[in-house]
Design a protein around this ligand. Sequence first.
Ligand code: AMP
Ligand code: MN
Ligand code: MN
Ligand code: MN
Length: 287
Amino acid sequence: MSSPWDLHAHSTASDGTLCPAGLVRRAAARGVRVLALTDHDTTAGLAEAAAAAEAEGVELVPGVELSTAWEGVEVHVVGLWIDPAHPALQAGLERQRRSRLERARAMGERLARAGIPGAYEGARALAGGEVVNRSHFARFLVASGHGRDLAQAFGRYLQRGRPGYAPPSWVPLAEGIGWIRAAGGVAVLAHPGRYRLSGGRLRRLVAAFRGAGGEAIEVVSGSHGPAQMHVAAGLARRFGLLASVGSDFHVPGNPWRELGRLDPLPDGCVPVWEARSGPALLAEAGP
Ligand code: AMP
Ligand code: MN
Ligand code: MN
Ligand code: MN
């Protein structure tokens, strides 16, 4: 249940609660040797994480997590080994962050109409930057007495159909994959078990993802149970995708989304890092 690779994690640069250096230190202490920082729609944490990784003897994989749209479904795509300085990627991420701010304003207005003023300002203050997401609204709602915990705040106010929800306008799936590839990265379909799609629709999504240049799929994920892991492994084999492993860590104290707390890849999966082998650290860390 412990993996030296963890290729999906968040910091305070988006909706995680640890700063990038703190995240790297926690990963190192938990035996992670290769860590990807994959904040939502920003690469702002990568420089701090890289410096901390060097000090800790961890290999940092520069990453990002994009929210994209495919046939009305919100699909997350992780980019690994991206060049964060690539202009097309940065222009795309800026566009995403502008959409986030517009959506956050709309959510603030809706919550105000529902009798909860100040949510936009509160969420922005908690975000501390441009990447405002629903997690920040959930934290504001809990702190202002509108929910016992984040899950309840989501269920009451922030999920689709609830009074604080406003629809996002994310980049189309294929275009988002294009940004990652332009920046030299590998596009990974994040947590496929979380989209609540039928088997046939999920296969159509994976085919579209593959057709647009996606190369890998998360098989082992903090968002997946054993059944979802096996479905994802079957999709990896069927569509010839590499397999990735990531906790989707956001906050300490969530036992099923802890850094490095990940099952081994099922048989027949080709690990995504095999396509990117290189540093001696990888050989040392595996299998
Ligand atoms: P957004 O990108 O604004 O739609 O916000 C999505 C983020 O909210 C995800 O990255 C998760 O971190 C978090 N999230 C989504 N659903 C829930 C939930 N039911 N409970 C707690 N956090 C959630
Ligand atoms: Mn998140
Ligand atoms: Mn995600
Ligand atoms: Mn994530």
